[in-house]
Write a protein that binds this ligand. Sequence first.
Ligand SMILES: *Cc1c(COP(=O)(O)O)cnc(C)c1O
Length: 363
Amino acid sequence: MIEAEPQSYDRVLSSMCTDPHPSAVAAANRFLGSNPGDPATFPAIADLESRAIDLLGEITGIDTAHGYIASGGTEANIQAMHVARNCASVESPTVIVPESAHVSFHKAAELLDVTIEVTPVDENGQADVDAMRERVGEETIMVVGVAGTTEYGRVDPIPEIAELAATYDVHCHVDAAWGGFFLPFTDYSWNFADAAIDSLTIDPHKVGRAAIPAGGFLVRAPAMLDAVRFDAPYLEDGSQPTLGGTRSGAGVASTVAVLSELWPDTYRHEFERCMGNATWLADALSERGFDVVAPELPLVVADVSERTFTALRDHGWRISRTRADELRIVCMPHVTREQLSTFLDDVDVVRESAITRGQAGDS
Ligand SMILES: *Cc1c(COP(=O)(O)O)cnc(C)c1O
């Protein structure tokens, strides 16, 4: 028996992961030894993976979804670029991503020898489609929209980005790795039904509450998967469209378990609770004089000094920063109002001790 204890989520305000749902834990345990990467040898988990993709299709507005359960959003985004590159016949391929795009697109560009062009976001943190349009050219193979950005939880104008992609006949990918399980309960246009997008990333192991690793990679047409399929004669099935070889049966089975059990009612309830917490926290920080970025999804960003940030970490809070050095708090399902109250008590303690010592506060 190893002596280490898994860390609890009690003080975790920085993560886009959360406690897996009990149904996910039970399903994951049962399928730990199954390999969906070898579907002909492990048909039971292969069937579950088809169900997982169908269910993810339901959430993302497509009747006949194709795709697979990847190791996470990073792999899904890499595969999206891989598909776009292999489907295009372009000498020096270029992809256009807003500056809010996840680091995985930069990893993908390096791996695939694709040039990445980063375009600005507007003052609300959403992709500037005019700026993207100015950069589209002969060598462009893909444009990307983010539905729930990692730093600010913003949703890009997906229909406009899809229209731009259609005009130039390039691949349109939507990254909803984090936002995908919140967005069905908002008014945003973000999925296959809302726009003519080609592929989409949605992570069951984040807001979906499946067991890690479970990322979702969905494409509109099976030919897109064939574009990245490799022959693997030693497998009974003979070929693989995935980046990984052996994959997690736990990720696949727990995805089916949570989607069957939580979609849509529990997810709707979780969205409302998480969003309520984010709004409440944003208001409470504003009242204390901090500059707060108003949350549009359950993610709160506020300007706090280096000293306050460090002091809060010393109080045991797991918190993180944006590139602009702001405090970033992700109101995931494990984050409760009570936990946030305790956090705010610590914010007050930290500020009072600063005042007592005559140091400048944050506001
Ligand atoms: C978390 C995240 C990813 C990466 O997902 P992993 O599962 O960590 O690989 C990609 N895109 C967005 C928008 C994310 O928030």
